[in-house]
Write a protein that binds this ligand. Structure first.
Ligand SMILES: Cc1cc2nc3c(=O)[nH]c(=O)nc-3n(C[C@H](O)[C@H](O)[C@H](O)COP(=O)(O)OP(=O)(O)OC[C@H]3O[C@@H](n4cnc5c(N)ncnc54)[C@H](O)[C@@H]3O)c2cc1C
Length: 413
């Protein structure tokens, strides 16, 4: 077994060589931690950021290397043991050990779980045919770069963020795109009807054939390869490739087997500590108590990995951490760039207020409950996300007329 002994510096192990994991390791060193840091990841690559996989890298405008958080040499220089291509298979909280594939056991003093998410698969006949793709890892994006090409007939299943970004990339490359969404509008559950309609219109204007309010009955193959997709409404869409983006689930397997509290993610307190005092969790996998929102929330977005990893690292070092960030995410599709700040659940708001004209493509949408702003989304309007975050954080009642008036600076609200 490898790890610390009583007279050694402590060993901190991080499982999940992800953005949150890499940022946690970096923070440990920045904060002066001199003990052993081991960062374990099952993917062969060093930690990387996923947003470019469906945007810049997929579009061909960003280099592959631009996605990596650091190059390998950086981890060596920081004396961070980066163990890639190896899965952590079990945690023994009593013994304070992590068992890796192959049987090696690592002793830890503190452990951080940044295992992220796994894609939901599509439970229909034909979903395992060649030509059916998912997008979570960099190698998926490598493959899709050769698939979303001029003239290819691509069916995207799922109108969430990933599905829409893939549709945009495919159209940009000149593929013919059909997008199938079981709900009446893409993103309707997240954004509500008014704003979701704007995304549907955007894709329709870029030539995406939207098939809404219908699911997929079967993916039909010929010679083991996808040939068409049969929808629930009985129609058939010819396909050279299918990309499935029907959501993700938190990678809780390890935590669950170790007996940690798990409920839609690994349950952590506001200091990102699990039900075991020496085990922490951050990023997509953590269902964290957010004192600002007054509830537990699991956030599947980049900023939460970027901020949550460092917060967990500080907490592991014994700092007084209260992780109460206003959730934030962004997307880029065609010439639309947007940022969403805050958290408005379906049915949790009573009004949407627009600042600017949706048809103009430059506007801010605010979701309100009882006169308070829960979330704001700026579309092709920049340098306002921080102000929106401040309004959300304040919890103050705002005058909807002033909110809607572009002449009133957001900072004044
Ligand atoms: C294509 C794509 C585009 C995205 N675009 C955006 C965007 O525009 N804006 C935005 O806000 N968010 C975006 N996201 C979401 C964002 O990337 C995630 O929220 C973020 O990656 C979460 O980071 P994480 O550190 O929690 O874990 P992850 O990135 O999920 O990484 C977890 C890592 O842990 C590894 N792992 C899991 N279990 C084990 C184990 N037992 N042993 C060893 N290793 C293990 C996994 O293999 C993986 O490498 C996008 C995601 C994808 C897939």
């Amino acid at each position: 077994m490898t790890g610390s002994t009583a007279q050694d510096d402590p060993t901190f192990v991080i499982v999940g060589a992800s953005l949150a994991g890499a940022k946690a390791a970096e923070t440990l060193r920045d904060e002066g931690f001199t003990g052993r840091v081991v960062l374990v990841g099952e993917e062969p690559e060093p930690p990387y950021e996923r947003p470019p996989l469906s945007k810049g890298y997929l579009l061909g405008s960003d280099e592959r290397t631009a996605a990596f958080v650091h190059d390998r040499a950086w981890y060596d220089k920081q004396n961070i043991e980066l163990r890639t291509g190896v899965r952590a298979e079990a945690i023994d909280p009593g013994e304070h050990t992590v068992t890796l594939a192959g049987g090696e056991r690592l002793a830890y003093d503190k452990l951080l779980l940044t295992t992220g998410s796994v894609v939901r698969t599509l439970p229909v006949p034909g979903a395992d045919l060649a030509g059916v793709h998912y997008l979570r890892r960099i190698e998926h994006s490598d493959t899709l770069r050769g698939v979303l090409v001029e003239g290819a007939r691509v069916v995207v299943i799922g109108g969430g963020w990933i599905g829409l970004e893939v549709a945009a990339a495919a159209r940009t490359h000149g593929a013919t795109v059909t997008l199938v969404e079981i709900d009446t509008l893409p993103l309707r559950r997240v954004l509500g009807d008014e704003v979701a309609q704007a995304f549907a219109d955007l894709h329709a204007a870029h030539g995406v054939d939207l098939r809404l309010g219908t699911g997929v009955r079967e993916i039909v193959g010929e010679g083991g390869r996808v040939a068409s997709v049969t929808l629930d409404d009985g129609s058939s869409v010819p396909a050279d490739a299918v990309v499935v983006g029907v959501g993700i689930t938190p990678a809780v397997e390890l935590a669950q087997a170790a007996g940690l509290d798990v409920d839609d993610g690994v349950v952590v307190d506001a200091a990102l500590r699990t039900s075991d005092p020496d085990i922490y969790a951050a990023g997509d996998v953590a269902n964290a108590d957010n004192p600002l929102l007054g509830k537990h929330i699991r956030v599947e977005h980049w900023q939460n990995a970027l901020d949550g990893g460092p917060a967990a690292a500080r907490s592991m070092l014994g700092h007084d951490v209260v992780y109460d960030r206003v959730p934030y995410f962004f997307t880029d599709q065609y010439d639309l760039g947007m940022e969403y700040t805050g958290h408005a659940e379906p049915g949790g708001y009573d009004r949407v207020v627009f600042r600017g004209d949706v048809a103009s493509g430059e506007y801010i949408a605010f979701w309100l409950a009882d006169g308070r702003v829960l979330a704001g989304m700026n579309v092709n309007v920049w340098d306002v996300a921080e102000d929106i975050g401040r309004i959300v954080r304040s919890g103050a009642r705002v005058d909807p007329a002033r909110l809607a008036d572009p002449a009133v600076p957001l900072a004044d609200l």
